[in-house]
Design a protein around this ligand. Structure first.
Ligand SMILES: Nc1ncnc2c1ncn2[C@@H]1O[C@H](COP(=O)(O)OP(=O)(O)OP(=O)(O)O)[C@@H](O)[C@H]1O
Ligand SMILES: [Mg+2]
Length: 345
């Protein structure tokens, strides 16, 4: 690749003008100031999500996927701090979520109504001492001024919509009284009851066995079509991304190293890290809790990281004096396909 072919992508600093873009991250940085130094969990992340589209976010453990999701909803625990822009299109306007008070009214209204999140472990989303139905009703009543009975009817309706049999009875169950798969469905029901425009799914099926995993993924796709929402799907599993996503982002050590359409990246993975991830895809599907481990070495902790390509220490194509001289720029190597690697400069 010659320099004429690749163009540096300048970070956008203003709100997106494309009506179809519902969320746009621009140079988002979430750092934790610790006694030991600055931990750069998310370090200059930019991407966008379009209406009805699924964006897959992939990378090994510790790459900053969850902190990116937390940054969008402004639920990063202290001492984490988020800078940059997180543009959300809502009520015909564009708001920068990064500029909001994380405990203020506007972001609380965004949570659940505009953007909902589901997690790997549903027990973290539910309180163990209240029935599933009461918690779904609570989610409705916080945002909408409707009678309790109407909220209960909606809770039953959404529980049956996610495929929970006998929802009229199960609505009164405590979370631990449901099986793992049913609990996961109940959490999806709680996330979707307000019909959010964006669902952030953080490893929502990793804890489930393969059959249930496939059912839940299918359910999310069906609900997406029915409700017309966008999904940001965080996973270690490239197979799931290939199945579910339209666009994908590959993260390494708090940065996006490659992004583009699923077809483009699977057809021509360009970053050595993406290539290593592709080579580590297991035979058929991941089994319970399995991680991508076949890349030599582990993701370092981004504590006071040097200004270099984060993958330098593990990269089979490492070029001394170049890869460790600066953080490579994000380059567009073909329309919509971006990679952050000196090999393409
Ligand atoms: N609350 C926190 N305080 C300090 N450091 C944190 C905190 N949360 C995450 N980190 C650090 O930020 C980095 C990114 O973590 P993150 O949880 O986003 O990774 P991840 O890609 O979601 O990994 P996994 O696949 O294991 O879920 C890691 O180095 C992690 O140790
Ligand atoms: Mg995570």
């Amino acid at each position: 690749m010659t320099e004429e072919q690749a163009t540096v992508v300048a970070p956008e600093s203003s709100a997106p003008t494309d009506e179809d873009v519902i969320l746009e991250l621009n140079d988002v940085r979430t750092y934790f100031e610790l006694d030991e130094g600055t931990l750069k969990a998310v370090d200059g992340v930019s991407f966008n999500i379009r209406r009805n589209e699924t964006l897959g976010i992939v990378g090994e453990s510790g790459c900053g996927k969850s902190v990116t999701g937390q940054s969008i909803l402004r639920i990063v625990p202290k001492p984490g701090d988020t800078q940059g822009n997180i543009w959300l299109r809502r009520n015909g306007e564009t708001v920068d979520l990064a500029s909001l008070d994380p405990s203020g009214r506007e972001i609380r209204d965004v949570r659940g109504r505009d953007i909902a999140m589901i997690f790997q472990e549903p027990m973290t989303a539910f309180s163990p001492v209240h029935s599933v139905g009461n918690q779904i009703m609570e989610a409705i009543l916080v945002h909408e001024n409707v009678p309790k009975q109407a909220a209960r009817d909606r809770a039953i309706e959404v529980l049956s919509q996610v495929g929970i049999p006998e929802a009229e009875r199960r609505v009164d169950a405590l979370p631990h009284e449901l099986s793992g798969g049913m609990r996961q469905r109940a959490m999806i029901a709680m996330a979707l009851v307000l019909r959010p425009k964006l669902l952030i799914a953080d490893e929502p099926t990793t804890a489930l066995d393969v059959t249930i995993q496939a059912q839940i993924l299918r359910l999310m796709q069906d609900l997406q079509k029915e409700m017309g929402m966008s999904i940001m799907f965080i996973t270690h599993n490239l197979g799931v991304i290939a199945n579910m996503a339209d666009q994908m982002v590959v993260m390494y050590l708090g940065r996006v190293v490659e992004q583009g359409s699923v077809e483009a990246i699977f057809g021509d993975p360009q970053h050595p890290y993406t290539q290593a991830l592709m080579e580590s895809i297991p035979r058929i599907g991941l089994t319970r809790g399995e991680r991508l481990t076949s890349i030599a070495g582990t993701v370092p902790v981004p504590l006071n990281p040097p200004e270099e390509c984060g993958f330098s220490s593990r990269c089979p194509k490492f070029i001394p004096g170049r890869c460790d001289a600066k953080v490579p720029d994000m380059l567009e190597t073909s329309p919509g396909h971006h990679v952050r690697c000196v090999l393409y400069e």
